[in-house]
Design a protein around this ligand. Sequence first.
Ligand code: ZN
Ligand code: ZN
Length: 134
Amino acid sequence: MTVTSTANGYPVWWKYFSYWVRYKRAKGRCECTGECASEKTHGNTRCVEMNGFKAVWAKGRVVLTVAHLNHNPSDCREKNVKAMCNRCHLRMDSIHHQENAKITRDKKRGQETFWKKGMWSHERERQLNRPKPI
Ligand SMILES: [Zn+2]
Ligand SMILES: [Zn+2]
């Protein structure tokens, strides 16, 4: 039997791949171009944080990590991963968590049809834009 992924969903060659993404492809610089939805710091331009340097937008030093854009650690296609500084990664994940919390809340209300993961429905948008009853 060949082991292709570890218990947490990361492939066994993750270490090497993550190194390649951070240092060969990204050249040590955060690859976030707005995925973290951080308009204040870098908007849709590439983040300036460099691995090992003093962080511009946070305290301490920058540590580059590799983020999965679809939050699936076993999906290691080159376009699904980005080297990200601590701050961008954290922000991107927190958006994801908020979205998941929304899905859970809506499921409890029996509205799961409006929130298929990662899909924004017009019906849902209409509901949110509707003025609240007084
Ligand atoms: Zn960044
Ligand atoms: Zn960012």
